[in-house]
Design a protein around this ligand. Sequence first.
Ligand code: SAM
Length: 257
Amino acid sequence: MSATPRLYVKSDLSAKSYAALSADQEKYLTRVLRLKAGDEVRVFNGRDGEWLAIIDEVIGKTVLLKAERLLKPFSASEDLWLLFAPLKKTRTDFVVEKAAELGVSVIRPVMTERTQASRVNTDRLQATAMEAAEQTERQDLPVVEEPAGLDAVLAGWNPARTLIFADEAGDDEEADWGGEHGRAEPMLDVLKTLKPGPAAILIGPEGGFSPEERKMLRSLEFVTPVSLGPRILRAETAAVSALTLWQAALGDWRPRS
Ligand code: SAM
């Protein structure tokens, strides 16, 4: 793990180009890390790869950071989305941070019938995703989209993207969690039947999906219900588990062919 700080920047990166830093980033480099002229910083922008940059000069609060040489060519994360019903603040932050570490490219908060969080601060979540992307050494940032209702998300869905629906319930509306009948197949078995390609994983709220939502989801051609085992997982545990299984079975935890 390199001790050289790593920052996401928006500007283009090429040899001798200057990286545009935010005021917070300049403060972090000079006040927190106490870096000065001649010190090194790694920068990436989600397009041009990761560059080694040198602090040319610090003038007051401004840091002139010049890209010197390419360290790693750009490589995109898998085309994997996470759709989840927003949770309480810290748990939502946790889901976003883990999704960034687990290589998700789009994070979409989805409002379902039983979603408890009424609003989502996407700016804060995008900042959380950026920090996690810097730490996890990925070459791009996950995009945190504005929250949308489940129906609206499904109405505009591109059927070429498999929607893996983490469904903890069975079909018996009288029994706890729908009883045993109609339960989804184990996720790992289902993944073995899927071709690698664009995918999304859908995780419900603390109170789960309503019977009507489950019925609607299971009626859609592009939806694949999966089970994450015999226990009821917290939504954040379910998100990490499902993303882990997908990356291990179909994603970049396997050597790229
Ligand atoms: N329905 C349960 C209830 O009423 O307590 C709990 C919902 S669980 C806390 C939140 C979400 O995590 C579920 O909607 C589902 O997407 C996912 N999940 C949790 N455990 C799961 C399991 N064993 N199999 C599949 N998905 C699961």
